[in-house]
Ligand binder design. Structure first.
Ligand SMILES: C[S@@+](CC[C@H](N)C(=O)[O-])C[C@H]1O[C@@H](n2cnc3c(N)ncnc32)[C@H](O)[C@@H]1O
Length: 247
């Protein structure tokens, strides 16, 4: 069944509809593009006004830990990313969530409101993890999840728990680091076959994910965040073993 659509999604769909691009004169297309930018900035600003009260997750952060060709510095997911790709009703009390590359903890704060058994944040920067800890503390009263754990580590060295059922990646790293983390998820599935949903925002290395032969794309959504179109994909691991296609 299709998701019920919010006003934000409806306006965004209208402004990005391909039919409109084909049938309208160039002048109107420019106006439409501008309207989309203004709209997405307004939605982003409104999100910050409503959700950022008492916490601090906005802005960029580039630190010494990010001086590595594979690592991406901090920028938060849009406020609508998690609820759009994973509605609360699709999560149960035995689900375990990890944001791999969790930054200041925006997604962790949102996941903490879902009925997860555990929510885990894995972050290479100790100072970003410190900010995440303070943010989560301030939102303690809104928590529905059983427990929250923050790990300061390189994601490649983090041991994937064999009960992890939802992994979230917002373009945290590329290259061999990304490949190693996906391989670690696959190894965990081989040890303990189960349903694992992998959410990947800006899925540049989607081919590697699907090439494992373990993950298949179940859905994707397009979200315009402050003028830029971002794709988010959700992959499901098939519990039956499949032949690997990667390397
Ligand atoms: C684009 S931000 C996403 C932050 C957060 N997941 C969100 O969606 O709001 C990417 C994060 O990944 C972290 N990161 C980059 N390389 C990493 C690595 N090798 N291990 C763990 N975290 C890493 C960065 O420090 C940064 O906080």
């Amino acid at each position: 069944m299709d998701e019920p659509k919010g006003i934000e999604q409806r306006v965004e769909e209208f402004l990005t509809a391909p039919q409109l691009a084909i049938t309208t004169p160039r002048r109107f297309r420019r106006i439409r593009r501008r309207a989309l930018q203004v709209w997405s900035r307004a939605v982003g600003g409104l999100g910050d006004l409503v959700f950022e009260r008492g916490v601090e997750t906005t802005g960029h952060a580039q630190e010494l830990a990010h001086y590595h060709p594979d690592r991406v510095w901090y920028q938060a997911s849009g406020w609508s990313y998690l609820p759009r790709i994973l509605p609360k009703r699709e999560v149960g009390p035995t689900d375990v969530f990890a944001d791999i590359g969790s930054g200041k903890g925006r997604i962790l704060m949102q996941a903490a409101r879902y009925p997860f058994a555990r929510v885990i944040g894995v972050e290479i920067s100790a100072s970003l993890n410190g900010v995440a800890e303070a943010n989560l503390d301030r939102q303690r009263s809104k928590r529905a999840a059983g427990s929250i754990e923050l790990v300061t580590a390189d994601a490649t060295a983090w041991e994937v728990p064999d009960d992890l059922t939802v992994a979230y990646l917002y373009y945290p790293f590329v290259g061999d680091t990304f490949r190693q983390v996906i391989d670690n998820l696959v190894a965990s599935l081989e040890r303990a076959p189960r349903r694992l949903r992998l959410i990947y925002a800006l899925p540049e290395m989607e081919d590697y994910v699907v090439g494992t032969g373990v993950f298949a794309r179940a859905r994707s959504v397009h979200i315009v965040n402050r003028g830029f179109s971002h794709r988010l994909a959700l992959y499901e691991a098939d519990p039956r073993p499949q032949p690997r296609q990667n390397g």
